[in-house]
Design a binder for this molecule. Structure first.
Ligand SMILES: Cc1cc2nc3c(=O)[nH]c(=O)nc-3n(C[C@H](O)[C@H](O)[C@H](O)COP(=O)(O)OP(=O)(O)OC[C@H]3O[C@@H](n4cnc5c(N)ncnc54)[C@H](O)[C@@H]3O)c2cc1C
Length: 398
């Protein structure tokens, strides 16, 4: 059911790519997502096809074997993948953040070593800030990295690492100077290499995956570092440029990640709307299709308005970033609005489905369990409001 508002200002390339990924979602993701969700297994055949389509290298420059596309096009792709199933967009999300970190801050050697293999999806990346005792307050992390000879030794526990088991690279934030003031100056990002799929690596254990409400199929794990050795040149950007720079590097990547989560919110909201439009024209109550009751039409109208507003905010943030303009407020607004729009539309669609919405036979039940993640990852709604408020005051200081 094609109910997406037609965007007039897409390039021919963007239109062709969106059509291709939408078809892929309709034919390969949506018909299979329910099964992968109920079994909570990694959707390997879908991921293989994504590799063939080049979807792991969308934003990686052509000189490193990627497609070299911009963030705006990437956001459009993510919307389509998420419309299919947000776990699929989760599989590329941390990978995309990792490739951005390398492209923006990596040494030439780090780029040459990892980016071409990341572009094909041969190796995938995870991104690890959160710990058992802190997520929003990133500067409170306790994981440390100490210089030992030519290496650093990392010890500490990480939490909620998306792609934690199957990734080969983990961009890991650790404290190299726990006494530093301000705290962020003592934090460094390491490119930690591990065996994909191995729960035990020298100095690094990946415990069994965390069981979640939704967002199944893609694994979320803890990572237990205990004397994990990594060479000094695994510091993102090299030791000289990267030591003590980890916090600002990760925050920069998170700003981009917010556009990405916003696109996921648009995708899930769009799908919830499609399901509601279809069901409300099939179900009859009081002698007519429920879509003919004004109360249901109002719900559809509010959902469609939220979807369009979320999409426009997301594309504005992406386009500003692509143009090299400041987009911190806009990325925060897009993430805040689109993730809340995702939750809102999914709940309204579930209500329209009545009792059937509560049944696992209907797709909306999965969306209802998946949507809340977007309110949490890449900064909660409360944290987005803090960021937007703080930056607003900076921009409009009197
Ligand atoms: C499925 C899943 C996947 C994830 N993937 C990753 C990943 O790949 N990598 C990674 O590093 N992390 C990941 N996370 C972690 C995620 O980023 C954190 O859960 C999130 O940042 C919130 O941190 P927290 O859970 O510690 O909550 P807390 O920071 O403890 O917050 C708890 C509550 O307090 C509120 N709060 C906190 N501080 C303030 C404040 N100053 N003012 C007002 N309210 C406040 C929060 O908004 C929230 O409502 C993932 C989480 C989930 C659930």
């Amino acid at each position: 059911m094609a109910v997406e508002t037609q965007m007039q200002d897409l390039t021919d390339e963007q239109r062709a790519i969106c059509d291709m990924v939408r078809r892929f979602a309709d034919e390969q993701i949506i018909p299979n997502a329910g099964r992968y969700d109920s079994e909570d297994v990694f959707p390997e055949p879908i991921v293989q096809q994504m590799k063939e389509l080049g979807l792991f290298g969308v934003t990686i420059p052509e000189e490193y074997d990627g497609l070299g596309l911009d963030l705006t096009t990437y956001a459009m792709i993510v919307e389509q993948l998420s419309r299919g199933w947000i776990s699929i967009s989760g599989i590329v999300n941390t990978h995309f953040i990792g490739s951005y970190l390398l492209m923006k801050f990596g040494t030439e050697e780090q780029k040459r070593t990892y980016l071409p293999r990341m572009a094909t999806g041969e190796i995938r990346a995870a991104f690890s800030l959160s710990e058992p005792e802190c997520g929003s307050d990133v500067q409170a992390i306790k994981t440390t990295a100490k210089r030992v000879g030519d290496d650093y030794e990392i010890s500490g526990q990480k939490m909620w690492v998306t792609n934690g088991l199957l990734s080969s690279l983990v961009f890991t934030l650790a404290k190299t100077d726990p006494a530093a003031e301000p705290r962020h100056t003592g934090m460094t990002c390491f490119i930690c290499v591990k065996e994909p799929g191995a729960s035990e690596n020298p100095g690094l254990i990946v415990p069994p995956k965390i069981h979640k409400l939704g967002y199944k199929g893609v694994e979320s794990t803890e990572l237990v570092f205990d004397g994990y050795r990594t060479p000094a040149d695994s510091i993102l950007g090299g030791e000289q440029a990267g030591l003590g720079r980890g916090f600002s590097q990760m925050m920069d990547a998170l700003e981009l990640g917010r556009v990405n989560v916003a696109a996921r919110g648009v995708g899930i909201a769009q799908r919830a709307l499609e399901l509601a439009l279809r069901y409300s024209q099939q179900r009859k109550a009081f002698g007519k299709e429920i879509a003919q009751h004004q109360a249901i039409q109002f719900k559809l109208a509010d959902m469609a308005t939220q979807v369009d507003a979320a999409r426009l905010l997301t594309l504005r943030a992406a386009r500003l970033k692509d143009a090299g303009e400041r987009s911190d407020i806009e990325a925060g607004m897009a993430k805040l609005f689109a993730s809340e729009a995702g939750r809102y539309c999914v709940e309204e669609s579930l209500r329209i489905h009545g009792g059937y919405g509560y049944s696992k036979e209907y797709e909306i039940e999965r969306l209802y369990r998946d949507a809340p993640l977007l309110l949490i990852g890449e900064g909660t709604s409360e944290i987005q409001r803090m960021v937007i408020g703080r930056k607003l005051l900076q921009r409009h200081k009197i």
